[in-house]
Design a protein around this ligand. Structure first.
Ligand SMILES: Nc1nc2c(ncn2[C@@H]2O[C@H](COP(=O)(O)OP(=O)(O)OP(=O)(O)O)[C@@H](O)[C@H]2O)c(=O)[nH]1
Length: 195
């Protein structure tokens, strides 16, 4: 079972950094050159089963947009990022969602992530603004930090769990509820008390 996941969002929101944090467990400061189609696979264990996530990093820059469109069609999941210190990256989320609905499969799993949560003093977007936007589009939401690693693993595992539950039918089991799972995990880790 290989699940295609792609990271999208404006240039500079931290897509490559989030991927590096998830893959290597560390933050490499400084900008990565705008990257197109960097992909790698990770094995994620979900309920004692291994799920292979193939993750593609896309470039936020306009000139690469047509390349990104090509990835949408085959994607099972999309992690859509904005930067909590950038109003414009948040305002552009609606445009990203319009594009996603145009090019991606209708049953694609979408998760909204407010990245750079460690930069609280420079915050431009309140947490509840992110929550409200996510609710409007019925997508799960969390704030992440590629720097400290907060919620990074949770974002990817929640997506993997959701995808696995959709790919494999469990007629006798209740449907996996990604929103509830995320809320329960957040409470468990006590991760978000400083927001
Ligand atoms: N403090 C902080 N800085 C971050 C975080 N994530 C990314 N950055 C910084 O933000 C800048 C942009 O990060 P990238 O990972 O290159 O952003 P990107 O979205 O991949 O950019 P494009 O490839 O141009 O689309 C870099 O200087 C990163 O070090 C974070 O969670 N916290």
């Amino acid at each position: 079972l290989v699940l295609q996941t792609i990271l999208v969002g404006d240039s500079g929101v931290g897509k490559t950094s989030l991927l590096v944090q998830f893959d290597q467990g560390k933050f490499i400061p400084g900008s990565f050159s705008a990257t197109v189609g960097i992909g790698f696979t990770v094995m994620v264990t979900v309920d004692n089963a291994k799920v292979k996530l193939q993750i593609w990093d896309t470039a936020g820059q306009e000139r690469f947009r047509s390349v990104t469109h090509a990835y949408y069609r085959d994607a099972h999941a999309l992690l859509l990022l904005y930067d909590i210190t950038s109003r414009s990256s948040f305002d552009n989320i609606r445009a990203w969602l319009t594009e996603i609905h145009e090019y991606a499969q209708s049953d694609v799993v979408i998760m909204l992530l407010g990245n750079k949560a460690d930069m609280n003093s420079e915050r431009a977007i309140r947490r509840d603004e992110g929550e409200r936007l996510a609710r409007e589009y019925s997508v799960p939401f969390m704030e992440t930090s590629a720097k400290t690693g907060v919620n990074v693993e949770l974002a990817f595992t929640a997506v993997a769990k959701d995808l696995k539950s959709r790919a494999i039918e469990h007629p006798n089991e209740p449907k996996f509820k990604i929103h509830e799972y995320i809320e329960a995990q957040k409470e468990k880790s006590g991760c978000c008390s400083y927001f």
